[in-house]
Design a protein around this ligand. Structure first.
Ligand SMILES: *[C@@H]1O[C@H](CO)[C@@H](O)[C@H](O)[C@H]1NC(C)=O
Ligand SMILES: *[C@@H]1O[C@H](CO)[C@@H](O)[C@H](O)[C@H]1NC(C)=O
Ligand SMILES: *[C@@H]1O[C@H](CO)[C@@H](O)[C@H](O)[C@H]1NC(C)=O
Length: 347
């Protein structure tokens, strides 16, 4: 027997682990070593992050970092690319900037890890975890108690609008097509033992400065066709969550309504001018000087909110301030649900 490990408990998190899937709103460094243009691993990204530049596409914490803190995790959840065996039991971040629900989304930027491939990596991590714990039944029970957050689809919409909205799919058909694929991915995650799954709706991405520059607004404050297309997606995602909860035994999916947070007085008055100088792709110019007070602007670059906004979005996801923020549960309630109810565990 090996008794050598000293575990310093700095306060117990509310759930044993958290696994994160998605795009650049989630990525904590998985793209750094990939041959891709979708990277944020240079200054001034990370200027307010304790470890500086990591690949996070903001000045400090991402929304999922902030959610993990609210759940009581004392350390940042490591990216899959660098996660050690000692770290994986408290969770892994699989996010990949530029990726989407469709496998091909982001491939024009080089190599990115699609949502499907992120879930395949999760399957591999679960095998590693079961070997470490040397107990498959324990591991199956353990991973049911964890929280899973999934935030994907933004890049699928960017791709749709880059190609020009055309007759291949109407916005409504495109939303239906993406939701069908999303449904398959989420069921796959459930089959791998996930039970408490928070799925993020898409934000008002037509208001991001880079999209406004690229697509134009015809005098409106935001790119309305893009926001309208995203709304069709969100309107299908919320009922999908209800369907999955009804169809899958003991599933506890929840829809987090990011779009609903934009009008909140806490963030609606922030400057919409990006904090850093933008490259033609809408990312920060490498080694440029960002705005001095990052708490006063909504966007850090042309697409991504500042830590200040990420923290606010996380706090509303965690503790809903309105019934429209999260349905059926906010993340604090999701954490408290008992996933063993209904199971007869033979000991
Ligand atoms: C639709 O978009 C695709 C991809 O960019 C393009 O190849 C095709 O010609 C477009 N079709 C129409 C009718 O504009
Ligand atoms: C910005 O907000 C964070 C919390 O989100 C706070 O810790 C920090 O002190 C604020 N910075 C300034 C300059 O106000
Ligand atoms: C999500 O928020 C939007 C924007 O406020 C709102 O129109 C919509 O009804 C909300 N969705 C749900 C399911 O509450």
């Amino acid at each position: 027997m090996h008794f050598g490990t000293v575990i310093v408990v700095v306060g117990e998190p509310q759930v044993p682990c958290i696994f994160m899937f998605g795009d650049s709103f989630v990525d904590a460094g998985n793209n750094n070593e990939l041959l891709t243009l979708a990277k944020a691993n240079y200054p001034p990204y990370g200027i307010d992050f304790p470890q500086g530049v990591t690949g996070r596409a903001t000045n400090g914490l991402t929304i999922v970092d902030a959610i993990a803190q609210l759940l009581g995790f004392p350390n940042f959840i490591p990216p899959y690319a660098t996660a050690t065996s000692a770290q994986i039991a408290s969770g892994v971040n699989y996010g990949s900037a530029g990726s989407g629900i469709q496998d091909q989304t982001g491939s024009n930027q080089g190599m990115v890890i699609s949502l499907r491939n992120q879930i395949l990596r999760h399957a591999e991590i679960l095998v590693r975890l079961a070997l470490l714990k040397r107990n498959i039944r324990f591991t199956k029970q353990y991973i049911k108690k964890c929280i899973y957050v999934v935030d994907s689809g933004t890049n699928d919409y960017f791709a749709y609008f880059r190609n020009g909205v055309n007759s291949t799919y109407t916005p409504d058909q495109y939303a239906a097509y993406l939701i069908k694929q999303y449904s398959d991915r989420l069921k796959f995650l459930y089959q791998l033992g996930a039970r408490k799954i928070a799925v993020f709706g898409l934000g008002l991405i037509g208001c991001s400065p880079a999209e406004i520059t690229l697509l134009g607004t015809n005098g409106a404050p935001c790119v309305e066709p893009l926001n309208n297309a995203v709304k069709l997606f969100n309107e299908r995602l919320e009922p999908l969550i209800d369907t999955l909860n009804n169809e899958l035994y003991n599933a506890r999916f929840t829809f987090i309504n990011i779009s609903n947070f934009y009008a909140a007085p806490d963030v609606s008055g922030l400057s919409k001018v990006p904090c850093c100088p933008l490259s033609p792709k809408g990312l920060c110019v490498p080694y440029s000087t960002p705005c001095p007070d990052r708490n006063l602007t909504f966007y850090y670059d042309g697409f991504h909110p500042t830590e200040f906004v990420n923290r606010f979005h996380a706090s509303r996801s965690y503790n809903a301030a309105s019934p429209m923020d999260a349905s059926p549960y906010d993340i604090s309630h999701l954490a408290q649900l008992n996933q063993d109810v209904g199971y007869h565990i033979v000991l």
